[in-house]
Design a protein around this ligand. Structure first.
Ligand SMILES: [Zn+2]
Length: 313
């Protein structure tokens, strides 16, 4: 961490010098209609921010969509993005652990930070007594995966809307209209999920890492998981615990993630005679999908379809 910090500090100095060396060269900016530069952190935050920004602001994703936020390491180009931004939108709740150092290194006094988790009722992270304590990538005490509950996502979008309206009042009506359209879709999605998952109330499902407490709570389901964080390897005790849960609940499938879980679940699924289906926690995606706010609805609908397959009917 110390080396990252000093690297960033050196870069910040360099950028400062570059800025001094080119006074008043703003002609390219002046020809642009979009006045506000917005940086978002990772995939769901980028989708929500793109949805609200619409034609009013440019959105740049800090973390490339194909990389997950849990093990993200900032680079000098991330610092450059932040140095030139007006607004930074984050999930919050400790999800973006790298961000505080990056923000102080960017030394951008005018940067407005929007914490999309503001006011959201949180759930504590599960006790990780089945893992060592110093794994180095702790989520913190609060579970940060609020975006997987469409109703909490509404709150996140509204926080982003309020922040952008404050940062750029010239497009206030645009931000409000965009947010209204997107939150209406989120509420509709929730209604659809409520109906679809109603028959499975109280049932248990097993995911790879600890991303599902908010989603499970919204639909009265119980979420179990193999590991706390995506980059972890399960211990034999974890595999035994999950095996017992699968047997007790009669699950038909384990829920893996696009980039994680299959390797760990393969042998277990074979042993238990169950399938593996995907529940994508939206921590990663393709660069193209990050530009399309509708990606959220597509992925979540597919998640719920797979979940129903896993619980079985
Ligand atoms: Zn996660």
């Amino acid at each position: 961490m110390a080396s990252l910090f000093s690297r960033l500090s050196a870069m910040s100095l360099l950028l400062g010098l570059m800025a001094c060396g080119a006074p008043g060269v703003n002609t390219t900016d002046a020809s642009k209609s979009k006045g506000v530069k917005v940086v978002s952190t990772f995939l769901p935050i980028t989708l929500f921010t793109e949805a609200v920004a619409g034609d009013c602001a440019d959105v740049t994703a800090l973390i490339p969509a194909n990389l997950g936020p849990h093990d993200f390491q900032a680079t000098p180009s991330d610092l450059k993005d932040l140095s030139g931004a007006n607004v930074l939108v984050k999930n919050g709740l400790g999800m973006e652990e790298f961000l505080d150092d990056l923000i102080s290194s960017a030394d951008n006094k005018d940067l407005m930070v929007i914490d999309s988790s503001s006011g959201v009722a949180t759930i504590e992270s599960a006790e990780d007594d089945h893992h060592g304590h110093d794994h180095g990538h702790s989520h913190g005490e609060v579970n940060p995966h609020i975006w997987l509950d469409p109703i909490l996502a509404v709150q996140q979008v509204e926080n982003i809307r309020d922040g952008l309206v404050k940062a750029d009042p010239s497009c206030a009506d645009g931000y409000k209209k965009n947010a209204e359209l997107y939150t209406a879709k989120l509420k509709k999605l929730n209604t659809k999920f409520m109906a679809k998952l109603e028959p499975y109330k109280g049932k248990t499902f097993v995911a790879f890492h600890d991303f599902a407490p908010y989603f499970a709570s919204r639909y009265s389901l119980k979420a179990e998981y193999l590991v706390d964080l995506p980059e972890m390897n399960p211990r034999p005790a974890d595999l035994q615990r999950v095996a017992a849960q699968v047997k007790a609940s009669g699950l038909k499938a384990l829920l893996s993630e696009p980039q994680e879980g299959k390797r760990s679940f393969n042998a277990l699924a074979k042993d238990l005679g169950v399938n593996i289906v995907e529940f994508n926690p939206l921590e990663t995606g393709s660069v193209e999908s990050a530009k399309v706010p509708g990606t959220y609805f597509e992925v979540m609908s597919s998640n719920v379809n797979n979940l129903v397959k896993a619980i079985g009917d």
